[in-house]
Design a protein around this ligand. Sequence first.
Ligand code: ADP
Ligand code: MG
Length: 368
Amino acid sequence: MDAWASTSFNRLSGEQSRLHKEEKPVDVTVQNVARSFGTTAALHGVSLDIRAGELIALLGPSGSGKTTLLRILAGLDVPTSGRVLFDGDDALGLTVQERNVGLVFQSYALFRHMTVLENVGFGLRVRPRARRPSRSEIKRRSLELLELVQLSGLEKRYPTQLSGGQRQRVAFARALAIQPRVLLLDEPFGALDAKVRRDLRRWLREIHDRTGHTTVFVTHDQEEALELADRVVVLNNGKIEQVGTPDEIYDEPNSPFVFSFIGESSVLPVHVRNGQVWLEDRPLDLPAGTLRDGPGQLFLRPHDVDVVSKARNGISGIVTTVRRHGGSRRFELEIDQGREHIEVELPESERSLQSSVAVLPRRWRIYQ
Ligand code: ADP
Ligand code: MG
């Protein structure tokens, strides 16, 4: 038995396990996909390999092309050029139904006149007779999925009698009921409040680990992407900026865009001369490594710095404001006679700093 069959729905009956083996998660290959709407290019030649069973996040700001790419994968839209392959076979010639993808969108899109149970079984009931399970089988499977999404006991309710988080879990169960080859999720937690979002994030990761679907998750929330995904695809203006594990994306952002999108940052203009990094006329204690001589931008994160009272090769700053920030404090510093500003984050116990300090970056990137 392969890993997929042995980990997926291990509580299901023999007949269903057989179905699951047939409906293995697929590799999804996106080759040079472009999509234009009139003169707007939503995607410019995007290429991406998504491995079977992987949970991948498409992360980018609003308008970066995430939904367009997801709709193309689903078969709800066609690219202007390029190819989409499922397990090496052309998928663009297939309809949404033929691709057998599970879809969950931000708006719950549950059928209001159907109970929870009827909603979950919908995709199976509308199948052509030859592929449609019996009524009792549909019910059994729907109840099992409701157990999986932790909604047992609510099967007779209608969507209006559920919370937002519960409705989204019904939408998941409905998407899973058809035993999709790929699960496509477009900002599924976008309409929920922060606490519910965080809970559902962990919940989704657990469900994914138990069912092993190839899953593409669209979000504009970097925290959500980094916490949830095996790999993150950062999109900007219809192009892929970077693909990597959450650690690679966070620790080695390959462009100023990725650095600033993935977390908070401050930027200072610097100069590299003879293997030395300079801020105005002061040398900084940062190895220039492979940087070439010339101007650059130094990117810092508020929590990745040390602050000391004095350091010969530190970034000297004047403290202008102090704010509470969750369990820590944020200090805003004026650099270079107020021409630049940076933010640093220190433990809550640091109630105040001397007005004049030196900042030593622990982690940083210089882009040229
Ligand atoms: P995201 O999901 O990342 O917010 P979208 O994929 O929805 O971004 O949109 C990418 C770009 O394509 C945007 O500039 C958007 O305005 C444009 N776009 C998307 N769908 C259409 C459409 N049906 N007609 C015209 N422009 C569209
Ligand atoms: Mg979108």
